[in-house]
Structures are given as C-alpha cells and as structure tokens.
Write a protein that binds this ligand. Sequence first.
Ligand code: NAD
Ligand code: UDP
Length: 335
Amino acid sequence: MNILLTGGAGYIGSHTAVVLSQAGHEVVLLDNFCNSSPSVLERLQKILGKALPCVEADVRNTDAVERVLREYKIDAVIHFAGLKAVGESVANPVLYYANNVQGSISLLQAMQKVGVKTLVFSSSATVYGEPQYLPYDEDHPTKPMNPYGQSKLQTEKILRDLAISDADWKITSLRYFNPVGAHESGLIGEDPNGIPNNLMPYIAKVASGELPHLNIFGDDYETRDGTGERDYIHVMDLAEGHEAAISYLENCCRGFEVINLGTGKSVSVLELISAYEEVIGCKIKKFITKKRPGDLPVYYAQANKAKKLLNWIAIRSVGDICETTQRFSAAKIIA
Ligand code: NAD
Ligand code: UDP
C-alpha cells in the first residue's frame, strides 16, 4: 500500500516508517519539523538502504496535504502529527486544540476531497483519566485530565461521527500507553530537547552524564514498591502494532474502532531504573522527591482487543527497552 505518515519524522512515526517500509509498503512522510529534525531522514536512509519521500508541510495546510495524497496515490494515512507535552497543553490549550484537533480536521478534509478513507489515528491512554478500574480496557469511561488528552478525545469523537456518516471510512484509533526504547541500530530514538519530562529519556540523560541525577516523584504510592507504575511499550512493538492495524483495515474492518496498544503489564519507576542499571553496569544517581502534581499512581492496558483484532502483542522486554535506549543515547554522544 502507499501510506502517508503525518508527523512521520517524529519518534513513533520514524520507527513505524521503518517497519512499514521493510514490510513492503511505499511510505511517504509529511512533517513540519516543529518537534523533529530533517536529519532523521538520513538515518532512515541508513537503516532502509533507500530514501523515503518526505514533504515539509503543516498538516493544517489542507491544500498541501491534498497535493501529497494525489501525487503519491496514497491508499491509507497514519496520523501521528500532533503536539504531546501535557504541561505545555495546560499552559497553552489553544495551541493544542489548534494543532491537534484542527490539524486532524484539515487532514480529514483533504482525505475526503481525494477519496482516501483509510486512517489510523495516534491516540493516547491519557483519554481514560482517573482509573475507575484497572487494567483500562477500551470500554473504560473517558475523562481526560488535561487539554492534550481532551484534544485526543475530541478527535476520536470526530472520527467516530465521520465513520457513522459514511460507511466507506475505515478508521482505527490506537491508544498508546508509554512508548519507550529505540530502533536496534541506535540510529533513531526519542531525543527531546532540553530537560525531559518523561522518565525514560531522563534516565538516559543521567546515565550519559548530561544530567546530574534523577528525581523520583514519590515513593509512598500504594504500588508494589511505592513508586509510580506504567505500561512501558517498546517503540518497535508499537510500530509493528501500526503495521497490524493497517493490515486489519485493509482486510476486514469498516467503521471506527478504538484499540489499546500496551503490554498489559506495569513496571515501577524503581524497576525501570534497576533494569537500566543492569544494562549500563553501574548505579544511576537518584533522589526521592515529592510527587508530581496530577500523576496517577498506576495504570496499564488491557491488551486483549489488540491481540484479538490485530493479531498483535508486544514481544520486547524491559531489558530490550533499556538496551536500545542506551544504544541510541551512546550513539548520539559519539555523533
Ligand atoms: P513527536 O513529537 O516525536 O512526533 C510528532 C511529529 O509531528 C513531529 O515530527 C512534529 O514535528 C510533527 N508535527 C506536529 N505538529 C505538526 C503539524 N501541525 N503538521 C505537521 N507535522 C507536525 O511525537 P511522538 O512521540 O512520535 O508522537 C506521535 C503521536 O503519538 C502524537 O500524536 C502523540 O500525541 C501520540 N502519542 C505519543 C505518546 C508518547 O508518549 N510518545 C503517547 C501517546 C500518544
Ligand atoms: N517520573 C519520575 N521522575 C521523572 C519523570 C517521571 O519519577 O523525572 C515518574 C512519574 O511520576 C511516573 C513515571 O515516572 O510515575 C512515568 O512518568 P512519565 O512522565 O514518563 O509518564 P506519564 O506519567 O506521562 O505516564
């Protein structure tokens, strides 16, 4: 298939580009590079042995998206393009609704004009909000706690309405849990600017000496060891989940479907740190500090629906996650 990845130069998009291209799909990237660098294209070329076409454009430019859909005879779109920092979304909600909701509407308008009606959407477990029970299954009530989560939920609502209005649409919204890790080559991975908000890139920066120590946000939660637990999913597992979603849409699905992509297991902050320490063979300097406001103690996915519908499960271990993260981090320092 000819598949357009909006936000394809970003963290999850670039790994998905590798998986789809290696599976024989023709992949086209569209990105405005607001949170990525064109240098990822060279690294993708190294991994794949060929260049992927990439169009620099904002997804809110409907005409530009329409041109790309026509020029490359696109059959399906995976919509990664979006802003994703929770704190920033609280500080600047309009930016988030404009980019994430308006961006999605613009993409849908272009797709409608051209008649491309197959879409995978990047959603998030954050749409669930405070857990009423765990693991979160796809029927868990949705109540996002911040504008970022709201922007994902609102987009899902638009997609559901669209699929009801026109039976030709095939749409899957994938609710990701905590994507981490890197491609085994160490050439692509997650590389946030400045001080990371998320645990995994923070650990990597402490391990590399870029940051002096890690702050553990609370150790008196009602969890296995008192620290927060999350469902960390290797980005290559996640990328393979997108390939599975594309096959599912191609072969059987009509309408709108929401599917969790997670491992179904939770890992605590201390467990993740100790897995990383095992990989690097030394201790990571860390202090217990106060809880981060708004943090949930624990959440993880019920992953059965993905297994049933997509024939997909996450296969990589926490050790694989730490090892590939470290390889990417070390390669970055050498480069
Ligand atoms: P990322 O920031 O690395 O990638 C997003 C890409 O989209 C970037 O390359 C950015 O430049 C591009 N982009 C943003 N707005 C754009 C616009 N208006 N037009 C064109 N390009 C634009 O983020 P990621 O981690 O790869 O996330 C991809 C998607 O998955 C996002 O929609 C995000 O909300 C969602 N998601 C991510 C996580 C996570 O923890 N990484 C979790 C759940 C959901
Ligand atoms: N965390 C931490 N120190 C950090 C960053 C995160 O202790 O510097 C904890 C956080 O409290 C949570 C877990 O690590 O329990 C995962 O946080 P992250 O921000 O990576 O994911 P999210 O909370 O958004 O699911």
